[in-house]
Write a protein that binds this ligand. Structure first.
Ligand code: AMP
Length: 190
């Protein structure tokens, strides 16, 4: 099994890129953000807890998303691997993921890091707010908070994965098709 992580700040294009990539490479795309939004739509207890945090631009507790990933690993077996989108977002999650993979005698294949400056992130999120009804995209203060959360809690993962030799950067400034081509050429070269 291959285990890819698509990594980057909010608005970098992770979800947009992940869905067609997963299809091309027969991977199961797992977006913890989408799974959480589905829980919110259902009105489950977990969704109610997650909603308050997501709408403030904060992360949900590590155990919640770790459980989602563990369940997905157990559930999808007819694929060549997984494409994780929005997970891991903290060092604790990254270490837990390592343990889950070690228990299966597996490891991370590659971390694909979408590189984009904060100013462009803000423009893209403002555009997405018009297209998708995401409350966490609609307020400037919440977007600022998500970007700050990314720098504080998620960016340290870059060093973690660099040390493991699985970290790769891709320019994410071009069109959707250009970025997709950059990612595919990286994946094909691995
Ligand atoms: P996303 O769709 O990936 O931008 O995620 C939307 C929101 O869901 C984030 O701003 C977090 O509040 C929450 N979330 C998604 N994935 C995680 C994660 N791995 N750890 C903690 N919170 C998460």
């Amino acid at each position: 099994m291959k285990y890819y992580i698509i990594f980057g700040p909010p608005g970098a294009g992770k979800g947009t890129q992940a869905a067609p990539l997963a299809q091309n490479y027969n991977l199961k795309h797992i977006s913890t953000g989408e799974l959480l939004r589905a829980e919110i739509a259902e009105g489950s207890a977990l969704g109610i807890q997650a909603k308050a945090l997501i709408e403030k631009g904060q992360l949900v507790p590590d155990e919640v998303v770790e459980g989602m990933i563990a369940r997905a690993f157990g559930k999808y077996r007819d694929v060549d691997g997984f494409l994780l989108d929005g997970f891991p977002r903290t060092l604790t999650q990254a270490m837990e993921l390592d343990e889950m993979l070690e228990a299966r005698d597996e490891g991370i294949t590659a971390v694909i890091s979408l590189m984009i400056p904060d100013e462009v992130v803000k423009e893209r999120i403002a555009h997405r707010a018009l297209l998708e009804n995401r409350k966490d995209d609609a307020s400037d203060a919440v977007v600022e908070n998500r970007i700050a959360t990314y720098h504080r809690q998620t960016e340290p993962l870059i060093e973690f994965y660099k040390e493991k030799g699985v970290y790769h950067e891709v320019d994410s400034l071009g069109s959707i098709e250009e970025v997709a081509a950059n990612i595919r050429s990286l994946m094909d070269s691995l």
